[in-house]
Design a protein. Structure first.
Lengths: 159, 385
């Protein structure tokens, strides 16, 4: 899919893309993290119709409903604000001893200090999983911590 | 002391009421504050007593904060992108709008230094008013919006060179001294921008503290220090504040903007008020007609600028008209330039600029709002496929 990105100096960024149903959709991501969803194609080709205006929290909720990529991006953003904090995505490898085990069994936070903040399974995202959440091989774990902490979690998952 | 507190309290409440009314009408508060200043003070309906000296000092701080935040408004990436895509629009902006002000000054028989100030006043749109307008009219998603914003960014860059040059020129002296000063000013600007590039991340780290109080005190401290230094070397304090704003890297700027905005709003309001206070309404008379004509001509030249910029982005005719009208408003930059000229002794610029900004600060947003309908009465000659 082709997404055009247009810089709006002092305001934010506008993303624009056509949908297969024939609409041309624009998303304005403002610097204060508010979002406008617009649709082009009225009588004036340059003046879109505003469909929705979302606050930061509402946009986060929509993103969580729509899929994983944004979640990962949000943590990437968080880690940019706090020096030393990084995030990564780790896969539970096939044949891992934690396949079918609850998340708590990995004791990853106790051992490494890094937190598993989301589990991405297929097209579903489990944000803030509890220790009782059962892992499966192929799950993607979004981990936030220090670089060595994330490496530690990778070793645990492989071991 | 009691009189001072009472007077200041009444003034701030008055400003709040004016800004509220202006906002309801879809207008900017800047012309409202200027009008309040014109009506109060010397020769106005009520002469301020106890609070005058405080408003003066607060106004000086207001200019610094205003320019600091203007400098912080855009990131290096946004500067680069606008330069890449819209340099011709920036040149059209300069060539269409600045000469009108300069020529008007010459016709009125002003010194060429004052003419240069007037050129700056007619050249620069109000990024504050325009940005607010785009968001109030919900036009951030419109296709001409990037063109409009790019013109504002380029004007911002141009100011980094124009303001120091103007200050040097206004300070006068022989041709040799002036040339030397111009060279010195350009060197200072280049040095600051280079330093920002090399050490900006240190500045960013120093400012990017977790605590709002720390961010506030540090940014204002750095701003005052640099402003004081540029004031000592005969450049203006305002120029220093603007350069500090440009030098702060974007991540730190985002944080600092949030903390400083309320402070800026308070002091900038008092700056516009104090600018108006210097002018008695009676003095405006002889300048009104000139200001009206100048406003009419430079409104048209700005529309030309906006249409040119939007056509570079392939926008249709109605969008081009909207882009043109959106840029008409003049505001804070024009008043800052006028203030520099007035404090250098070219007092005739004061009332003219006040009248000019009041006219375009009010009519600009109104024209921007209805440009669409005016343009819609004509058929679109070349519908985009």
């Amino acid at each position: 899919m082709d997404v055009t990105e247009i810089l709006l100096p002092g305001v934010g960024v506008r993303y624009e893309f056509p949908t297969s149903s024939g609409d041309r959709v624009g998303i304005v991501a403002k610097r204060d993290r508010e979002f406008d969803l617009v649709r082009y194609g009225g009588s004036d080709p340059d003046a879109p119709e505003t469909l929705l205006t979302l606050t930061r929290e509402e946009a986060d909720a929509v993103a969580e409903i729509l899929g994983a990529p944004r979640i990962v991006e949000r943590f990437a953003d968080l880690t940019r604000e706090i020096p030393g904090l990084v995030s990564g995505t780790l896969e539970v490898p096939a044949g891992s001893r934690f396949d079918g085990q609850p998340l708590g069994e990995t004791r990853s936070r106790t051992l490494t200090g890094a937190s598993i903040v989301a589990v991405v399974r297929g097209d579903r995202v489990l944000a803030s999983p509890t220790p009782a959440e059962v892992l499966r091989s192929g799950d993607l774990l979004v981990v936030v911590g220090t670089t060595s902490g994330i490496d530690g979690v990778r070793k645990i998952l492989q071991g | 002391m009691d009189a001072f507190l009472l007077e200041l309290g009444v003034i701030l409440l008055l400003l709040a009421a004016l800004a509220n009314v202006a906002g309801r009408l879809g207008l900017s508060a800047i012309p409202a504050f200027l009008l309040a200043g014109l009506l109060l003070g010397e020769g106005g309906i009520h002469d301020l007593g106890a609070s005058t000296s405080f408003i003066e000092v607060a106004g000086e701080l207001g200019v610094l904060l205003l320019l600091l935040l203007l400098g912080m408004e855009f990131s290096a990436a946004e500067f680069a992108a606008s330069l890449r895509r819209h340099t011709p629009s920036g040149l059209v902006d300069l060539v269409l709008n600045a000469p009108v002000g300069f020529a008007t000054g010459l016709l009125l028989g002003y010194d060429w230094q004052a003419c240069l100030a007037l050129a700056g006043i007619t050249w620069i749109s109000s990024s504050g008013i325009v940005a607010r307008l785009l968001s109030d009219l919900k036009r951030t998603g419109f296709r001409e919006t990037p063109s409009i914003l790019s013109v504002l960014v380029l004007e911002d860059i141009a100011m980094a060179v124009f303001l120091p040059l103007l200050v040097v020129v206004l300070s006068g002296g022989t041709a040799l001294v002036a040339t030397g000063n111009v060279v010195a000013a350009v060197a200072v600007v280049a040095a600051v921008l280079l330093a920002a590039r090399l050490f900006g991340h240190h500045l960013g780290r120093m400012i990017g503290h977790g605590d709002d109080e720390q961010v506030l005190l540090r940014v204002v401290g750095v701003m005052l220090l640099v402003s004081g230094l540029t004031y000592l070397v005969d450049a203006s304090a305002a120029v220093g504040a603007f350069l500090v704003g440009l030098a702060i890297p974007q991540d730190a700027a985002r944080r600092a903007r949030g903390v400083l905005k309320p402070l800026r709003d308070l002091f900038a309001a008092l700056f516009f008020l104090s600018f108006g206070l210097h002018t008695a309404p009676g003095e405006l008379g002889p300048y009104l007609l000139v200001a009206l004509l100048l406003a009419a001509v430079t409104a048209v030249t700005k529309v030309g600028t906006g249409m040119f910029a939007a056509s570079r982005d392939g926008v249709g005719s109605r969008g081009r008209a909207r882009a043109g009208a959106a840029l008409i408003a003049r505001g804070e930059f024009s008043i800052v330039i006028a203030e520099l000229a007035v404090s250098a002794g070219y007092t005739e610029i004061g009332p003219l600029a006040a009248a000019y900004v009041v006219i375009l600060g009010i009519s600009g947003p109104l024209l921007a709002k209805y440009a669409d309908r005016l343009a819609a009465t004509r058929p679109d000659p070349a519908p985009t496929p």
